[in-house]
Design a protein around this ligand. Sequence first.
Ligand code: SF4
Ligand code: F3S
Length: 112
Amino acid sequence: MTYVVTENCIKCKYMDCVEVCPVDCFYEGENMLVIHPDECIDCGVCEPECPAEAIKPDAEPGLEQWLKLNADMARSWPNITQKKDAPPDAKEFDGVPGKYEKFFTPNPGEGD
Ligand code: SF4
Ligand code: F3S
């Protein structure tokens, strides 16, 4: 069991989630974060902290694609434990459909 970061994080990347995780299991891509499923202790603290409501428990149906993406990217992206500034246009991308197809990139972020 783990929580996963889903599509609406892309280009919103608010990073409020990283501040509350007790085990620092968030990893940073260029325009989204993911959770390492083997490190997450399933505490649920991060879920209500995300302004974009992008964090979901993997027990929810239909999240297989996102669980795989979180697991794959957490292996190559750097760890992030401190909130940075969200993108200036984050609000404009909140809820935009098709963000994965249009904007997902495997490029890593900078990490802490
Ligand atoms: Fe971290 Fe808990 Fe969120 Fe898992 S559910 S990513 S352990 S805050
Ligand atoms: Fe993304 Fe939400 Fe965290 S937008 S960076 S999962 S606070």
